[in-house]
Design a protein around this ligand. Structure first.
Ligand code: GUN
Length: 281
């Protein structure tokens, strides 16, 4: 069966929109997300536009700040600092990747944990590891919602994550561990990767190589979530060779239409959580 992120995301968006009405009734304001983008990368511009549209859809306020490539880093740091102090702002997102020459770490370090809607800050990652999650990186959080939508109990399942990035692979592994899976993380230096993937009841693929996972690497009846977004000959495809793998799976997410649509709904979910937490303090 297919897991369509769009449908799962639509359910989340409906809940967030309802909660935004409650939030507004209670506090007389709506959550506000500030987005910063540097440069004119078309993909990043599309993502930012979609994030702003997502805010509108659930009734949030949004602020967007666009800087040309070449803007002094200090100017961007100053903007982040001023948003950090602005009580009307609940979440701050700096669209990544930044153009060459900018120090991502230095800029992101100015986002307070309480407004870190990406869940990228060390202390938010630490809280996830301690199974006391605050904000969690949007893509892996979206994958968990997709897995939940299957109704399959994850307890005791062998989960294998392909990829160990700080933004996807590592938080994904932690979320699956917190959901009582037995977790293996494979990466570019893993020897005999298919020995691991063949044992996976749940396989999450975020390795950034088009059609990398083939049918011979997958266990019969597995749940396969494809986080990859690659463009091959002008067409979008994932990290999983969907055609050959799909018949072996119990559930599989397609690309496009799978994980992609979840990311924005999870960003809005995190923004609402930050707003609620800040309001309660
Ligand atoms: N670029 C691609 N995905 C993301 C994301 O989840 N957050 C940010 N800040 N930048 C991204």
């Amino acid at each position: 069966m297919l897991i369509y992120g769009k449908e799962v995301a639509a359910n989340s968006l409906k809940k967030i929109a309802d909660e935004t009405v409650d939030f507004n009734n209670k506090y007389g304001r709506v959550p506000t997300l500030a987005v910063i983008i540097v440069g004119d990368d078309p993909a990043s511009q599309t993502y930012v536009r979609n994030k702003i549209n997502g805010c509108k859809q659930v009734g949030f306020n949004s602020l967007s700040f666009e800087y040309a490539d070449g803007t002094p880093q200090q100017e961007i740091v100053d903007k982040v600092k001023s948003l950090a102090c602005d009580d009307s702002v609940d979440g701050i997102l700096v669209q990544l990747p930044l153009p060459k020459g900018y120090d991502e770490e230095k800029i992101l370090a100015n986002i307070p944990d309480s407004k870190d809607v990406d869940g990228f800050n060390a202390s938010n990652i630490g809280c996830l590891c301690l199974n006391r999650p605050r904000t969690v990186s949007c893509t892996p959080l979206g994958v968990m919602h997709m897995l939940e939508s299957t109704g399959v109990d994850l307890t005791g399942k062998n989960a294998v994550v392909l990829g160990r990035s700080n933004t996807v692979g590592k938080p994904m592994a932690m979320l699956l561990l917190n959901a009582n899976c037995t977790v293996t993380v494979c990466h570019s230096k893993t020897v005999n990767m298919s020995e691991f993937t063949k044992k996976a009841d749940v396989l999450v693929v975020a390795i950034g190589k088009p059609k990398f996972v083939t049918a011979d690497m997958v266990k019969e009846g597995a749940i396969v979530i494809d986080v990859g977004i690659n463009r091959v000959d002008g067409k979008l495809c994932g990290d999983v060779d969907f055609q050959s793998v799909e018949p072996k799976t119990s559930y599989i997410s397609p690309v496009p239409g799978g994980v992609g649509p979840m990311t924005i709904s999870m960003l809005l979910f995190n923004t609402l959580m930050c707003a609620k937490t800040r309001q309660a303090e």
